[in-house]
Design a protein around this ligand. Structure first.
Ligand SMILES: [Ca+2]
Ligand SMILES: [Ca+2]
Length: 86
């Protein structure tokens, strides 16, 4: 009984090294969970309320610009700014 000897041709090693090169970076948009109606980032959630104003959440945000449909109702006076101070 002899131990089996596994010979690996050098060509196979070269192929393996080639495969090991890092793959091309996949394009991923920054902030994948940001609502497109608000700037800066407001998370996409079932509802977002203004931080510190006693809302029930489940998510909260500070002052934001409203640049699309005000889905979360952050801009009560429709001046384009949600959760503005004062
Ligand atoms: Ca709420
Ligand atoms: Ca406002």
């Amino acid at each position: 009984m002899r131990p089996a000897i596994l010979l690996v041709p050098s060509a196979c090693i070269a192929v393996a090294i080639g495969i090991a090169l890092p793959p091309a970076a996949t394009a991923e948009p920054p902030g994948p969970h940001c609502h497109s109606s608000y700037d800066p980032c407001v998370p996409i959630a079932s509802d977002v309320d203004c931080e510190g104003l006693g809302g029930d959440g489940p998510m909260f945000t500070g002052p934001v610009r409203v640049i699309g449909p005000d889905e979360y109702g952050l801009d009560d006076n429709n001046d384009g700014f949600g959760c503005e101070l004062g």
